[in-house]
Design a binder for this molecule. Structure first.
Ligand code: G6P
Length: 608
């Protein structure tokens, strides 16, 4: 879950500046500690993020090539000594690493017996020493790196540099993403394309087991058994500006505000309103197989899992296919029963979440058709699934997912129409959904227009230490999302609960200091929800209601109300998550916390 960036060039550009600037766009991947190495100037490391590193790097620090790293600690505290890059005993070999080397203790013991001493408690340093050990016998940097990688078990994305051949950097990938940037007289290695984009739009995504060598003039790729392979070059059309904040104080707010545009982008060219059809190019090749499936399993983590829970309600109601939704980290370790009539759908913004990826691989092994609902184009999950739907939400930088969740819900609605129409959903029903989808961008815009009131509300409740979010049916998972957002960025206790389950436990906690956020749209379960609010008010619990415009009755019951426009019941989560995201954002800001940098969390979780 760390960020890696490496550069080698021949035109005399200052590698340290390129590396430090590039690290900034990788900060969402980790920010416990940071470090840089160039063969000319050596290494600088620090706890903290890039700003700390920049302060520490001396003016005269330069080089024509180098490697840099942002860490999200797994093995060892986020201290200077544990920060990357790590070196071998001689200080000739330097490495940055994302992932976990599982057999590092075993390797460390062997190396210690051979006389190696270690400075840090990281698994990464062991790899540097292992390459050093092989260099003694192989007398060749590339061969030594390959031999060492063949001894390693676990996950890695690495960049490795050797002072003896300063122009050359070796990258390798096993489970943690690595992308190469192909420039003119300069080449790059990174965990994702964002730090590469200001320099070149041409990239190559490595596959697991690939080892690449970059020099200023080119790149080669081989497998761990040293057979050479060719990988396609991709042109990335996300501009570097797109990953910047665009005038907002935080990425999170910028990304919430992008909601209307995101819905348009996910829908673009995919809805044929006249005939009530969803045109999903990425599913065409498997359309026939999809018409035969008898069961769907959705696997995902975090907010993507919550999108899946809402998808379950949609697909079961409108396409009549049984759906189960599982946390990827659970699914992959049990013995699920799947067959060729099962479709496994992985939902992932980054397309790199390791548990989700492994769940896809498990699904494949068990014979399921695998599909991805993924935002990051060319990511591992997108490549490894049999077919899929891209969200087209654009880059999401803020750690807490906002706009990606909205795009996942829109993609799931399109999928529901696609599957439903294969199974007898009427043209009229599909047209109704299509029409309602098209109205969503304006409705989200309208909600965003009331952000000032939501900000006031967040200020009013900011001293509260506990929150419960309740909802039913389509908005039951929305309650989880409201609580998750608050937990992630405000570090307070928040729970999502089914409104009907309140009386089976949680209601015991309610008093005047325990507010409830009740998601209570005018839908088929409205009356039931209102009864639950009465029960909470009877116990003196403050209630914020998230209700449908025009529902004046609710204002008499709840302490505060946020109104959202009416839409179809199945689409109401897409509107309801927006005020909850805004509430969490303003709540965190009011507490003086940086919502883009929640402690202990990372954007892309590529560890298990
Ligand atoms: C992390 C992020 C969450 C995200 C989850 C799944 O925990 O902090 O915001 O929902 O990973 O990520 P994915 O990229 O697979 O959607």
């Amino acid at each position: 879950m760390c960020g890696i960036f490496a550069y080698t060039g021949s035109s005399g550009k200052d590698a340290s500046k390129i590396l430090l600037d590039g690290l900034v766009s990788l900060e969402y991947r980790g920010y416990d500690s940071a470090g840089i190495f160039t063969p000319e100037s050596g290494s600088v490391k620090t706890p903290g993020a890039v700003a700390e590193l920049k302060k520490k790097v001396p003016k005269k620090f330069n080089g024509k090539s180098g490697i840099a790293h942002l860490r999200w600690a797994t093995h060892g505290e986020p201290t200077e000594v544990n920060a990357h890059p790590h070196s071998d005993g001689s200080g000739e070999l330097w490495i940055v690493h994302n992932g976990i080397i599982e057999n590092f203790k075993e390797l460390k013991d062997k190396l210690t017996k051979k006389g190696h001493t270690f400075r840090s408690s990281t698994d990464t340093e062991v790899l540097a020493h292992l390459v050093e050990e092989y260099l003694k016998t192989e007398k060749n940097f590339e061969k030594a790196a390959l031999a060492a990688l063949n001894d390693v078990r676990g996950t890695y994305g690495i960049a490795l540099q050797y002072k003896g051949e300063p122009d050359k950097i070796i990258a390798a990938r096993m489970g943690s993403p690595i992308v190469l940037g192909l420039g003119d007289g300069e080449h790059f290695i990174a965990s994702d394309p964002s730090p590469i984009l200001p320099h070149t739009k041409k990239v190559v995504f490595l596959e697991d087991g690939d080892v690449a060598i970059i020099t200023p003039d080119g790149h080669t790729i081989q497998k761990l058994d040293s057979s050479s392979v060719k990988r396609e070059t991709t042109e990335i059309d996300w501009s570097a500006e797109e990953v910047q904040k665009g005038g907002y104080q935080h990425f999170m707010l910028k990304e919430i505000m992008e909601g209307p545009e995101v819905i348009e982008n996910t829908l673009r060219g995919r809805l044929i309103a006249q005939t009530g059809m969803a045109k999903l190019g990425g599913l065409e090749a498997v359309a026939e197989e999809l018409s035969q499936i008898e069961r769907i399993i959705i696997v995902a983590c975090g907010s993507a899992h919550i999108a899946g829970l809402i998808g379950e309600y949609m697909i079961e109601e409108f396409a009549g296919i049984p759906v189960e939704v599982e946390h990827a980290s659970e699914f992959r370790y049990r013995s699920p029963v799947l067959n060729q009539r099962t479709a496994l759908i992985a939902i992932s913004q980054s397309g790199e979440t390791l548990d989700t990826l492994e769940a896809v691989r498990e699904g494949k092994r068990r014979g399921a058709l695998t599909l991805g609902i993924v935002n990051a184009v060319g990511s591992t999950i997108a490549r490894e699934t049999d077919a899929g739907v891209y969200n087209h939400a654009g880059p999401e930088v803020s750690v807490a997912s906002t706009k990606a969740l909205i795009s996942e819900l829109v993609a799931l609605t399109l999928l529901t129409i696609f599957l439903g129409r294969q199974r007898g959903m009427s043209e009229k029903t599909a047209q109704e959904i299509a029409l309602a989808l098209k109205e969503l961008p304006n409705k989200v815009q309208h909600i965003l227009g009331s952000s000032k009131e939501i900000e006031k509300l967040a200020t009013k409740y900011a001293s509260m230490r506990d929150f419960i979010f309740i909802g039913r049916k389509y908005n039951y998972p929305v309650a989880f999302e409201g609580a998750l957002k608050l937990k992630e960025i405000s570090y307070i206790h928040a729970e999502g609960y089914g409104a009907g389950e309140m009386k089976h436990g949680p209601i015991a906690m309610i008093d005047e200091n325990f507010p409830t956020f009740a998601i209570v749209p005018k839908d088929s379960v409205y009356e039931k929800n209102v009864s639950n609010i009465h029960e909470i008010k009877a116990r003196k619990g403050p209630v914020i209601a998230l209700a449908t415009e025009g529902d004046n009755e609710i204002a008499k019951l709840a302490d505060d109300v946020i109104y959202v426009p009416q839409t179809l019941e199945m689409l109401s989560p897409i509107l309801n998550v927006v005020p909850l995201q805004l509430f969490a954002y303003y709540f965190a800001r009011e507490k003086g916390l940086n919502p883009d940098r929640p402690r202990n969390l990372a954007k892309s979780v590529t560890v298990e």
